[in-house]
Design a protein around this ligand. Structure first.
Ligand code: ADP
Ligand code: TRP
Length: 321
């Protein structure tokens, strides 16, 4: 089973990225042939400063390795080191109906966020389909916001197979874990770097992390009164990191009353800080050894490129090139 996922190097990682994409990918690396990459071609749709892009790629590679991506188990590379993917994108573009892309909500969302409209932004899902299909991927672990892109990928693969021959391309399945499909941000909306509501996995200091967590939106129930744990973002976030017993204790204490929200925020802060502490230490080691990160990406690219070449050759021959 080939497991594949990618993530854009578009800034600092938050706990939505970690729980929605990275942690499931890291867990799956023990269950099959894992292929993970940094989607730098995709980031050209929104990052126009070359230095910023290079730095983001390096930071993301370091962070992913620090979080537990094991290069002995998973192939890890930079998307642009496998340019075959762009050739397949063109071929797939020619079987992709315009209507399929016009229905994509992520394009409309990105325009609404102020990202400049471009052909690349519109065609983004075709490049993503190519990323997935060029490696004969079976399973794609992602957060819920990527579900539509996976449906587009499946549609494109089926259209291609209809036109050129059954089983030429493997039709992949998304793997979306319900509990972490949409991690809420400080304001309860989906956590996203674009909404200014994100808790980064590696906030610069303890103080900054505590300050962020203190900003989580709560109601104005007085300290002594009972509080409703249902629908509380604080409890929701806590349950993503704490054990079931710890969550139950927080819920019971909410219902009993007598503590202010600040008390629970402190508990959440300590839990999140301690959760990421070993990864933070590993990250410091990796930052001190940049050539190790470069070597991992280079070895990964070599392996990924060899596989991509085979699938591209199969496709070229099927379409008559
Ligand atoms: P952002 O919304 O911050 O720009 P991206 O779109 O770059 O994040 O997402 C990268 C990966 O992280 C994707 O697989 C996406 O599904 C996942 N992800 C992002 N935000 C969340 C969230 N709040 N909950 C669960 N998964 C998320
Ligand atoms: N579009 C994805 C995101 O924004 C990143 C991505 C690019 C991806 N290519 C992919 C994810 C292939 C999974 C598989 O998060």
């Amino acid at each position: 089973m080939r497991i594949l996922s990618g993530i854009q190097p578009s800034g600092r990682l938050h706990i939505g990225n970690y729980l929605g994409m990275m942690e499931p990918s890291i867990r799956l690396q023990d269950e099959g042939d894992a292929f993970y990459f940094i989607a730098d071609y995709h980031s050209l749709t929104s990052i126009h400063d070359p230095e910023e892009l290079r730095q983001n790629v390096r930071d993301l590679a370091t962070d992913f390795l620090a979080c537990g991506l094991d290069p002995e188990k998973a192939t890890f590379w930079r998307q642009s080191a496998v340019p075959e993917v762009t050739e397949l994108t063109w071929i797939l573009s020619c079987v992709t109906p315009m209507g399929l892309l016009e229905r994509c909500v992520s394009y409309k969302d990105k325009i609404a966020q102020g990202i400049t409209s471009s052909h690349g932004l519109f065609a983004y899902p075709v490049l993503q389909a190519s990323d997935i299909l060029i490696f004969d991927s079976n399973v794609v672990p992602v957060g819920k916001d990527q579900k539509q892109h996976l449906e587009v990928t499946r549609d494109i693969a089926m259209k291609f197979n209809d036109r050129y021959g059954e089983d030429l391309l493997v039709v992949p399945e998304p793997r979306i874990r319900e509990a972490t499909a949409v991690v809420p941000g400080l304001d309860g909306q989906k956590m996203s770097k674009s909404y200014d509501n994100a808790i980064d996995i590696f906030e610069d200091t303890e103080k900054k992390l505590r300050k962020k967590i203190m900003k989580i939106v709560t109601d104005s129930t007085p300290v002594e009164d009972p509080k409703d744990p249902e629908g509380s973002y604080l409890v929701q976030l806590y349950s993503l990191f704490a054990s079931p017993d710890e969550v139950k204790a927080m819920e019971d204490s909410f219902r009993a009353g007598g503590e202010g929200y600040g008390f629970y925020k402190q508990q959440l802060f300590e839990t999140i800080w301690n959760f990421f502490l070993p990864m933070r230490e590993r990250r410091d080691e990796l930052v001190a050894d940049p050539s190790y990160v470069d070597d991992v990406l280079e070895a990964g690219a070599k392996k990924a490129r060899a596989k991509a070449r085979k699938v591209l050759d199969r496709v070229r021959s099927a379409v008559g090139l």
